[in-house]
Design a protein around this ligand. Structure first.
Ligand code: ADP
Length: 239
């Protein structure tokens, strides 16, 4: 299987603090890979570097073979979904989903068709004219997912997207994300500190701590054959 993303010798400092040190990993095309590790280990920092939101880096990031290390964020064709929904409060659900396509000046008929398709996919047709303040947390996150996917990104980055939601909704949404990944073939990188969540949805897991990869492998490999004590303790320590 081809790699969509190659991260080579990535290092990131904030002032004197070294947060990421010479990380190397690959993300296979069409897969869902989790970056799993404890809080403060550098997961968000890596994701932001791939998204182009942190340009103060050394090393190399390739997307589909292209060196994007210093490409502006808006030229990368990468979507992002965060824990906080970051919807536009003054735009309706439909308008939020349409926003990026409007910026790209796509024809209105094309925008309408794409927005309707996404509304159906995430089950939000009934709420298309509602404003974000009148949605539940789970519904807001569905809109955020639709808004990211409508842009047909090469890569979708999800940073603890469901951790603010209650357990039932969290499981429902993560199953849906898995479904979209398989149905639409979108490559996804999913950041989480939750071992059970990573094991449930990932094709591949990168366990990281202290700015370094501790192990990369399938959930089964990580679970059954941890490569070092950190991985063994972290995976074994269900919370
Ligand atoms: P994680 O996502 O695994 O919780 P982060 O990537 O958010 O970890 O943070 C890793 C480390 O980098 C932490 O020690 C954090 O305090 C530090 N850090 C993150 N962003 C900044 C920043 N903009 N300036 C200074 N330090 C930062």
């Amino acid at each position: 299987m081809d790699n969509l993303v190659n991260v080579e010798d990535l290092s990131i400092n904030f002032g004197k603090l070294n947060v990421i040190s010479e990380m190397n990993f690959n993300i296979k095309q069409g897969t869902l890979t989790s970056i799993l590790g404890p809080s403060g280990g550098g997961k968000t920092t890596v994701l932001r570097a791939i998204a182009g939101l942190n340009q103060n880096i050394t090393g190399k990031i390739l997307l589909d073979g292209q060196d994007i290390t210093h490409l502006p964020a808006n030229k990368r064709n990468i979507g992002m979904i965060f824990q906080s929904y970051a919807l536009f409060p003054n735009l309706s659900v439909s308008e939020n989903i349409a926003y990026g396509l409007k910026v790209q000046k796509k024809p209105q008929a094309e925008i309408n068709a794409a927005v309707n398709e996404m509304l159906a996919l995430v089950g939000m047709e009934q709420k298309k004219d509602t404003y974000p303040d009148d949605l539940s947390g789970g519904q807001k996150q569905r809109v955020a997912i639709a808004r990211a996917m409508v842009m047909e990104p090469k890569l979708l980055l999800l940073d603890e997207p469901f951790s603010a939601l209650d357990a039932k909704i969290r499981v429902e949404l993560r199953n849906q994300i898995k479904h979209y990944q398989e149905k639409l073939g979108i490559t996804m990188i999913f950041v989480t500190h939750d071992q059970a969540e990573a094991i449930a949805i990932s094709d591949d897991i990168i366990v990281m701590n202290d700015g370094q990869v501790q192990q990369q492998g399938s959930p089964m490999e990580i679970y059954a054959a941890p490569q070092n004590l950190f991985v063994a303790n972290f995976i074994g320590n269900h919370n």
